[in-house]
Design a binder for this molecule. Structure first.
Ligand code: SF4
Length: 429
Protein backbone atom coordinates (compact mmCIF):
# COMPACT_ATOMS: atom_id res chain seq x y z
CA UNK A 1 0.00 0.00 0.00
CA UNK A 2 2.68 2.51 1.03
CA UNK A 3 4.75 2.49 -2.21
CA UNK A 4 1.53 3.00 -4.20
CA UNK A 5 0.53 5.91 -1.97
CA UNK A 6 4.02 7.44 -2.16
CA UNK A 7 4.15 7.16 -5.94
CA UNK A 8 0.66 8.65 -6.21
CA UNK A 9 1.76 11.57 -4.01
CA UNK A 10 4.89 12.19 -6.06
CA UNK A 11 2.89 12.10 -9.28
CA UNK A 12 -0.08 14.25 -8.25
CA UNK A 13 1.13 16.78 -5.64
CA UNK A 14 2.86 19.95 -6.89
CA UNK A 15 6.58 19.95 -5.91
CA UNK A 16 6.36 23.09 -3.73
CA UNK A 17 3.27 21.70 -1.96
CA UNK A 18 5.00 18.34 -1.40
CA UNK A 19 8.13 20.01 -0.01
CA UNK A 20 6.14 22.23 2.36
CA UNK A 21 4.06 19.25 3.50
CA UNK A 22 7.14 17.15 4.23
CA UNK A 23 9.14 19.97 5.84
CA UNK A 24 6.69 22.40 7.50
CA UNK A 25 4.24 19.70 8.56
CA UNK A 26 6.40 16.54 8.70
CA UNK A 27 9.76 17.59 10.10
CA UNK A 28 8.81 20.80 11.91
CA UNK A 29 5.59 19.19 13.14
CA UNK A 30 7.52 16.33 14.75
CA UNK A 31 9.98 18.80 16.29
CA UNK A 32 7.07 20.79 17.76
CA UNK A 33 5.82 17.61 19.44
CA UNK A 34 9.31 16.94 20.84
CA UNK A 35 9.28 20.47 22.34
CA UNK A 36 5.80 19.76 23.71
CA UNK A 37 7.10 16.60 25.39
CA UNK A 38 9.96 18.57 26.97
CA UNK A 39 7.47 21.14 28.24
CA UNK A 40 5.35 18.41 29.80
CA UNK A 41 8.39 17.06 31.64
CA UNK A 42 8.68 20.56 33.17
CA UNK A 43 4.96 20.41 34.03
CA UNK A 44 4.27 23.15 31.48
CA UNK A 45 1.48 22.84 28.90
CA UNK A 46 1.23 24.63 25.55
CA UNK A 47 -0.30 22.49 22.76
CA UNK A 48 1.70 21.73 19.61
CA UNK A 49 -1.57 21.75 17.66
CA UNK A 50 -3.85 24.79 17.87
CA UNK A 51 -7.24 24.69 16.11
CA UNK A 52 -8.46 28.13 15.08
CA UNK A 53 -12.10 28.76 14.17
CA UNK A 54 -11.44 31.97 12.31
CA UNK A 55 -15.10 32.80 11.44
CA UNK A 56 -18.59 31.67 12.49
CA UNK A 57 -20.34 32.22 9.17
CA UNK A 58 -21.14 29.31 6.86
CA UNK A 59 -23.32 28.76 3.80
CA UNK A 60 -24.51 25.36 5.05
CA UNK A 61 -26.71 24.34 8.00
CA UNK A 62 -25.45 20.94 9.13
CA UNK A 63 -27.23 18.72 11.63
CA UNK A 64 -25.38 18.76 14.95
CA UNK A 65 -23.36 21.89 14.15
CA UNK A 66 -22.34 23.69 17.35
CA UNK A 67 -21.16 26.90 15.64
CA UNK A 68 -23.45 29.99 15.57
CA UNK A 69 -23.49 29.92 11.74
CA UNK A 70 -26.77 31.84 11.48
CA UNK A 71 -25.74 34.67 13.81
CA UNK A 72 -24.08 37.98 12.99
CA UNK A 73 -20.64 37.42 11.51
CA UNK A 74 -17.81 37.12 14.02
CA UNK A 75 -14.22 36.58 12.91
CA UNK A 76 -10.69 36.78 14.26
CA UNK A 77 -9.01 39.74 12.57
CA UNK A 78 -5.81 39.16 10.62
CA UNK A 79 -3.68 41.18 13.04
CA UNK A 80 -4.78 39.03 16.00
CA UNK A 81 -4.28 35.83 13.97
CA UNK A 82 -0.77 36.89 12.92
CA UNK A 83 0.13 37.75 16.51
CA UNK A 84 -1.20 34.41 17.78
CA UNK A 85 0.67 32.39 15.15
CA UNK A 86 3.94 34.23 15.78
CA UNK A 87 3.49 33.64 19.52
CA UNK A 88 2.85 29.93 18.95
CA UNK A 89 5.86 29.72 16.63
CA UNK A 90 8.00 30.95 19.52
CA UNK A 91 6.82 27.79 21.33
CA UNK A 92 8.04 25.74 18.37
CA UNK A 93 4.63 25.28 16.70
CA UNK A 94 4.36 25.08 12.91
CA UNK A 95 1.02 23.29 12.34
CA UNK A 96 -2.40 24.96 12.69
CA UNK A 97 -5.91 23.61 12.01
CA UNK A 98 -8.14 26.26 10.40
CA UNK A 99 -11.87 25.81 10.99
CA UNK A 100 -15.09 27.85 10.97
CA UNK A 101 -17.96 28.11 10.12
CA UNK A 102 -16.55 28.01 6.61
CA UNK A 103 -12.92 29.32 6.61
CA UNK A 104 -12.99 30.40 2.95
CA UNK A 105 -15.65 32.97 3.92
CA UNK A 106 -12.94 34.79 5.93
CA UNK A 107 -11.70 37.64 3.69
CA UNK A 108 -8.15 37.37 5.07
CA UNK A 109 -7.57 33.59 4.83
CA UNK A 110 -5.17 33.66 1.85
CA UNK A 111 -3.29 36.62 3.34
CA UNK A 112 -2.92 34.63 6.56
CA UNK A 113 -1.34 31.71 4.70
CA UNK A 114 0.92 34.09 2.77
CA UNK A 115 2.06 35.75 6.01
CA UNK A 116 3.31 32.46 7.50
CA UNK A 117 5.15 30.56 4.76
CA UNK A 118 7.13 28.55 7.36
CA UNK A 119 3.95 27.10 8.88
CA UNK A 120 1.50 24.48 7.65
CA UNK A 121 -2.27 24.83 7.69
CA UNK A 122 -4.97 22.15 7.47
CA UNK A 123 -8.15 23.89 6.31
CA UNK A 124 -11.41 22.19 7.38
CA UNK A 125 -13.81 23.26 4.62
CA UNK A 126 -16.95 22.24 2.74
CA UNK A 127 -15.03 23.07 -0.44
CA UNK A 128 -17.81 25.10 -1.99
CA UNK A 129 -15.85 28.38 -2.13
CA UNK A 130 -12.72 26.84 -3.64
CA UNK A 131 -12.59 28.03 -7.24
CA UNK A 132 -9.87 27.13 -9.75
CA UNK A 133 -8.20 30.51 -9.03
CA UNK A 134 -8.21 30.02 -5.27
CA UNK A 135 -6.81 26.52 -5.70
CA UNK A 136 -4.02 27.93 -7.89
CA UNK A 137 -3.24 30.53 -5.20
CA UNK A 138 -3.05 27.77 -2.57
CA UNK A 139 -0.67 25.91 -4.89
CA UNK A 140 1.59 28.99 -5.21
CA UNK A 141 1.71 29.34 -1.42
CA UNK A 142 2.13 25.58 -0.95
CA UNK A 143 1.67 25.62 2.84
CA UNK A 144 -1.85 24.26 3.25
CA UNK A 145 -3.94 21.16 2.73
CA UNK A 146 -7.70 21.43 2.21
CA UNK A 147 -9.62 18.81 4.23
CA UNK A 148 -13.00 18.72 2.52
CA UNK A 149 -16.01 17.43 4.43
CA UNK A 150 -18.36 15.00 2.65
CA UNK A 151 -21.24 13.71 4.79
CA UNK A 152 -22.91 11.41 2.29
CA UNK A 153 -23.84 11.03 -1.38
CA UNK A 154 -26.38 13.35 -3.03
CA UNK A 155 -29.49 12.67 -0.89
CA UNK A 156 -27.71 12.14 2.43
CA UNK A 157 -25.49 15.20 1.92
CA UNK A 158 -28.46 17.49 1.38
CA UNK A 159 -30.18 16.03 4.45
CA UNK A 160 -27.11 16.25 6.66
CA UNK A 161 -26.12 19.74 5.52
CA UNK A 162 -29.49 21.45 5.17
CA UNK A 163 -29.00 22.72 1.59
CA UNK A 164 -29.49 21.54 -2.01
CA UNK A 165 -26.97 19.96 -4.38
CA UNK A 166 -24.34 19.94 -1.61
CA UNK A 167 -22.49 16.82 -2.82
CA UNK A 168 -21.86 18.11 -6.37
CA UNK A 169 -20.90 21.62 -5.26
CA UNK A 170 -18.40 20.15 -2.82
CA UNK A 171 -16.99 17.79 -5.45
CA UNK A 172 -16.37 20.77 -7.73
CA UNK A 173 -14.20 22.39 -5.05
CA UNK A 174 -12.47 19.08 -4.42
CA UNK A 175 -11.64 18.67 -8.11
CA UNK A 176 -10.19 22.21 -8.26
CA UNK A 177 -7.84 21.29 -5.39
CA UNK A 178 -6.73 18.04 -7.02
CA UNK A 179 -6.22 19.67 -10.43
CA UNK A 180 -4.04 22.29 -8.74
CA UNK A 181 -1.85 19.55 -7.25
CA UNK A 182 -2.75 20.25 -3.61
CA UNK A 183 -2.42 17.47 -1.00
CA UNK A 184 -6.13 17.03 -0.40
CA UNK A 185 -8.20 15.10 2.13
CA UNK A 186 -11.84 14.13 2.62
CA UNK A 187 -13.39 14.11 6.10
CA UNK A 188 -16.63 12.50 7.23
CA UNK A 189 -18.43 12.76 10.55
CA UNK A 190 -19.66 9.17 10.78
CA UNK A 191 -23.25 8.85 11.91
CA UNK A 192 -26.34 6.69 11.43
CA UNK A 193 -27.27 8.28 8.10
CA UNK A 194 -23.90 7.87 6.31
CA UNK A 195 -22.02 4.96 7.92
CA UNK A 196 -23.28 2.41 5.38
CA UNK A 197 -22.52 4.74 2.43
CA UNK A 198 -19.07 5.99 3.44
CA UNK A 199 -17.47 3.49 5.82
CA UNK A 200 -16.77 1.17 2.90
CA UNK A 201 -13.71 0.07 0.94
CA UNK A 202 -15.48 1.00 -2.30
CA UNK A 203 -15.88 4.63 -1.11
CA UNK A 204 -12.19 4.82 -0.24
CA UNK A 205 -11.26 3.38 -3.64
CA UNK A 206 -13.54 5.94 -5.28
CA UNK A 207 -11.62 8.67 -3.47
CA UNK A 208 -8.32 7.15 -4.64
CA UNK A 209 -9.62 7.08 -8.22
CA UNK A 210 -10.61 10.75 -7.91
CA UNK A 211 -7.06 11.52 -6.69
CA UNK A 212 -7.71 12.19 -2.99
CA UNK A 213 -4.60 11.69 -0.81
CA UNK A 214 -6.03 11.12 2.68
CA UNK A 215 -9.29 10.52 4.57
CA UNK A 216 -10.41 11.30 8.11
CA UNK A 217 -13.35 9.59 9.80
CA UNK A 218 -14.63 11.59 12.79
CA UNK A 219 -17.44 10.18 14.92
CA UNK A 220 -20.59 12.27 15.13
CA UNK A 221 -20.88 14.27 18.39
CA UNK A 222 -24.53 14.98 19.34
CA UNK A 223 -23.93 18.49 20.74
CA UNK A 224 -25.03 22.06 19.99
CA UNK A 225 -28.49 23.66 19.67
CA UNK A 226 -29.82 20.87 17.40
CA UNK A 227 -28.08 17.74 18.74
CA UNK A 228 -29.86 15.02 16.72
CA UNK A 229 -28.87 12.28 19.21
CA UNK A 230 -30.54 9.73 16.90
CA UNK A 231 -27.56 10.15 14.56
CA UNK A 232 -24.97 9.09 17.15
CA UNK A 233 -23.14 5.80 16.64
CA UNK A 234 -23.53 2.81 18.95
CA UNK A 235 -20.45 1.40 20.75
CA UNK A 236 -20.50 -1.52 18.29
CA UNK A 237 -20.45 0.89 15.35
CA UNK A 238 -17.61 2.92 16.93
CA UNK A 239 -15.61 -0.32 17.32
CA UNK A 240 -16.47 -1.29 13.73
CA UNK A 241 -15.23 2.10 12.46
CA UNK A 242 -11.96 1.66 14.36
CA UNK A 243 -11.44 -1.87 12.97
CA UNK A 244 -12.22 -0.66 9.44
CA UNK A 245 -9.69 2.18 9.63
CA UNK A 246 -6.92 -0.09 10.94
CA UNK A 247 -7.57 -2.68 8.20
CA UNK A 248 -7.88 -0.18 5.34
CA UNK A 249 -4.57 1.47 6.31
CA UNK A 250 -2.84 -1.68 5.16
CA UNK A 251 -4.97 -2.29 2.09
CA UNK A 252 -6.01 0.90 0.23
CA UNK A 253 -3.39 3.40 -1.09
CA UNK A 254 -4.85 6.37 0.78
CA UNK A 255 -3.66 7.76 4.13
CA UNK A 256 -6.29 7.59 6.91
CA UNK A 257 -6.01 9.99 9.86
CA UNK A 258 -7.54 9.61 13.33
CA UNK A 259 -7.10 11.66 16.48
CA UNK A 260 -8.58 9.28 19.04
CA UNK A 261 -6.30 6.25 19.34
CA UNK A 262 -2.63 5.61 20.12
CA UNK A 263 -0.41 2.91 18.57
CA UNK A 264 -1.77 0.29 20.99
CA UNK A 265 -5.31 1.16 19.99
CA UNK A 266 -5.99 2.78 23.38
CA UNK A 267 -8.48 5.62 23.23
CA UNK A 268 -7.40 9.17 23.99
CA UNK A 269 -8.76 12.68 23.95
CA UNK A 270 -6.46 15.26 22.31
CA UNK A 271 -7.69 17.91 24.74
CA UNK A 272 -6.99 15.79 27.84
CA UNK A 273 -3.47 15.05 26.63
CA UNK A 274 -2.83 18.75 26.10
CA UNK A 275 -1.94 18.09 22.44
CA UNK A 276 -4.58 20.50 21.19
CA UNK A 277 -6.85 23.31 22.29
CA UNK A 278 -9.25 25.50 20.34
CA UNK A 279 -9.67 29.22 19.66
CA UNK A 280 -13.19 30.33 18.70
CA UNK A 281 -14.12 33.23 16.33
CA UNK A 282 -14.19 35.59 19.32
CA UNK A 283 -10.60 34.69 20.21
CA UNK A 284 -11.82 32.70 23.23
CA UNK A 285 -9.51 29.88 24.36
CA UNK A 286 -11.65 26.74 24.66
CA UNK A 287 -10.51 23.27 25.79
CA UNK A 288 -11.77 21.89 22.45
CA UNK A 289 -14.26 22.93 19.73
CA UNK A 290 -17.32 21.41 21.40
CA UNK A 291 -16.56 22.71 24.91
CA UNK A 292 -17.87 26.22 24.32
CA UNK A 293 -16.67 27.84 27.51
CA UNK A 294 -13.59 29.93 28.22
CA UNK A 295 -11.74 31.97 30.81
CA UNK A 296 -8.86 33.17 28.65
CA UNK A 297 -8.83 35.05 25.35
CA UNK A 298 -5.99 35.37 22.81
CA UNK A 299 -6.07 39.14 23.26
CA UNK A 300 -4.78 38.68 26.85
CA UNK A 301 -2.11 41.39 27.50
CA UNK A 302 0.30 38.68 28.70
CA UNK A 303 0.17 37.15 25.22
CA UNK A 304 -1.82 34.10 24.11
CA UNK A 305 0.88 31.54 24.84
CA UNK A 306 1.27 32.64 28.48
CA UNK A 307 -2.51 32.82 28.89
CA UNK A 308 -2.86 29.27 27.54
CA UNK A 309 0.17 27.91 29.43
CA UNK A 310 -0.95 29.32 32.79
CA UNK A 311 -4.69 28.64 32.41
CA UNK A 312 -6.05 26.91 35.53
CA UNK A 313 -9.27 26.28 33.61
CA UNK A 314 -7.51 24.34 30.83
CA UNK A 315 -5.27 22.54 33.34
CA UNK A 316 -8.27 21.37 35.37
CA UNK A 317 -10.05 20.27 32.22
CA UNK A 318 -7.10 18.18 31.09
CA UNK A 319 -6.53 16.61 34.50
CA UNK A 320 -10.12 15.86 35.48
CA UNK A 321 -11.26 14.65 32.07
CA UNK A 322 -8.19 12.36 31.96
CA UNK A 323 -9.12 10.98 35.37
CA UNK A 324 -12.74 10.47 34.35
CA UNK A 325 -12.25 8.75 30.97
CA UNK A 326 -9.88 8.00 28.10
CA UNK A 327 -12.78 8.96 25.86
CA UNK A 328 -14.81 12.12 25.34
CA UNK A 329 -15.64 13.86 28.60
CA UNK A 330 -18.38 15.89 26.89
CA UNK A 331 -20.27 12.79 25.73
CA UNK A 332 -19.54 10.61 28.75
CA UNK A 333 -19.55 13.18 31.58
CA UNK A 334 -21.40 16.38 30.67
CA UNK A 335 -21.92 16.77 34.46
CA UNK A 336 -18.14 17.08 34.94
CA UNK A 337 -17.91 19.69 32.18
CA UNK A 338 -20.66 21.68 33.87
CA UNK A 339 -18.94 21.43 37.27
CA UNK A 340 -15.65 22.71 35.85
CA UNK A 341 -17.36 25.60 34.12
CA UNK A 342 -19.03 26.59 37.40
CA UNK A 343 -15.79 26.15 39.40
CA UNK A 344 -13.91 28.58 37.14
CA UNK A 345 -16.80 30.89 36.36
CA UNK A 346 -16.09 30.29 32.67
CA UNK A 347 -17.94 32.31 30.01
CA UNK A 348 -20.43 30.71 27.62
CA UNK A 349 -18.59 31.53 24.36
CA UNK A 350 -21.62 31.06 22.10
CA UNK A 351 -23.63 33.93 20.63
CA UNK A 352 -26.81 31.95 21.34
CA UNK A 353 -25.89 31.82 25.06
CA UNK A 354 -27.38 28.34 25.56
CA UNK A 355 -24.25 26.20 26.00
CA UNK A 356 -25.03 25.40 29.65
CA UNK A 357 -28.62 24.44 28.87
CA UNK A 358 -27.32 22.21 26.08
CA UNK A 359 -25.05 20.43 28.56
CA UNK A 360 -28.07 19.92 30.84
CA UNK A 361 -30.00 18.44 27.94
CA UNK A 362 -27.27 15.89 27.15
CA UNK A 363 -27.60 12.24 28.14
CA UNK A 364 -24.25 10.62 28.96
CA UNK A 365 -23.26 8.24 26.18
CA UNK A 366 -20.31 6.18 25.12
CA UNK A 367 -17.51 7.61 23.00
CA UNK A 368 -14.24 6.33 21.53
CA UNK A 369 -13.18 4.67 24.82
CA UNK A 370 -14.16 1.01 24.51
CA UNK A 371 -11.78 -0.76 26.93
CA UNK A 372 -12.77 -4.24 25.75
CA UNK A 373 -12.46 -3.45 22.05
CA UNK A 374 -8.96 -1.96 21.68
CA UNK A 375 -7.44 -2.56 18.24
CA UNK A 376 -3.68 -1.80 17.95
CA UNK A 377 -2.25 -0.30 14.77
CA UNK A 378 -1.32 -3.05 12.29
CA UNK A 379 0.64 -0.92 9.81
CA UNK A 380 4.21 -0.18 10.96
CA UNK A 381 4.19 3.44 9.75
CA UNK A 382 1.09 4.41 11.72
CA UNK A 383 2.39 2.43 14.71
CA UNK A 384 5.69 4.33 14.69
CA UNK A 385 4.16 7.77 14.01
CA UNK A 386 1.75 7.38 16.88
CA UNK A 387 4.28 5.83 19.27
CA UNK A 388 6.53 8.87 18.93
CA UNK A 389 4.31 11.78 17.94
CA UNK A 390 0.67 11.09 18.67
CA UNK A 391 -0.20 9.20 21.87
CA UNK A 392 -1.50 10.04 25.34
CA UNK A 393 1.76 11.74 26.39
CA UNK A 394 1.32 10.26 29.86
CA UNK A 395 -1.99 12.07 30.46
CA UNK A 396 -3.63 9.00 31.91
CA UNK A 397 -0.94 8.48 34.59
CA UNK A 398 -0.76 10.72 37.69
CA UNK A 399 0.51 14.16 36.59
CA UNK A 400 3.72 15.57 38.12
CA UNK A 401 2.93 17.38 41.44
CA UNK A 402 2.23 21.11 41.04
CA UNK A 403 5.03 23.58 41.72
CA UNK A 404 7.75 21.44 40.11
CA UNK A 405 8.00 24.03 37.40
CA UNK A 406 8.16 27.80 37.03
CA UNK A 407 5.22 30.07 37.79
CA UNK A 408 2.41 27.49 37.66
CA UNK A 409 -0.39 28.43 40.12
CA UNK A 410 -0.98 25.82 42.92
CA UNK A 411 -3.43 23.22 41.58
CA UNK A 412 -6.33 21.89 43.61
CA UNK A 413 -6.21 18.14 44.09
CA UNK A 414 -8.69 16.49 41.71
CA UNK A 415 -11.85 15.25 43.44
CA UNK A 416 -11.08 11.51 43.25
CA UNK A 417 -9.30 9.69 40.45
CA UNK A 418 -11.38 7.35 38.33
CA UNK A 419 -14.69 8.32 39.97
CA UNK A 420 -17.22 5.54 39.27
CA UNK A 421 -18.82 6.29 35.92
CA UNK A 422 -22.62 6.79 35.70
CA UNK A 423 -24.42 4.14 33.60
CA UNK A 424 -24.14 5.04 29.92
CA UNK A 425 -26.96 4.84 27.34
CA UNK A 426 -26.23 3.03 24.06
CA UNK A 427 -27.50 4.55 20.80
CA UNK A 428 -30.60 2.34 20.59
CA UNK A 429 -31.82 2.96 24.19
S1 SF4 B 1 -13.49 16.41 24.77
FE1 SF4 B 1 -14.37 15.05 23.22
S2 SF4 B 1 -14.61 16.30 21.38
FE2 SF4 B 1 -13.23 17.38 22.77
S3 SF4 B 1 -11.18 16.76 22.11
FE3 SF4 B 1 -11.81 15.38 23.75
S4 SF4 B 1 -12.72 13.64 22.73
FE4 SF4 B 1 -12.63 15.30 21.26
Amino acid sequence: MLPQLAIRGLRTIAPRCLWKFLWNFGVKGALSVERFKRRIRRGEYFPPFLYLSIINSCNLRCQGCWVDVDRERELIDLESLNRLIKDAQRQGNSFFGILGGEPFMHPGLLDLLAAHRGCYFQIFTNGQFITADIAQRLRQLGNSTPLISIEGREITSDLRRGKRDVFNKTLRGLDHCLKAGLPTGVATSLCQSNIEELLTESWLRELVKRGVHYAWYHTYRPVGPQMHPELALSPEQIARARRFVVEMRGRVPIAIIDAYYDHRGQALCPMSTGASHHINPGGEVEPCPIIQFAVENIRDPRGASVAIRDSAFLRDFRQLSAQATRGCVVLERPDLVKALVAKHGARDTTRRGTALAELDAMTPRSSQWLPDAEIPEQHWLYWLAKKFWFNDFGAYQPAPPPGTTRALPAAEAPASPREPRPPLVTADE
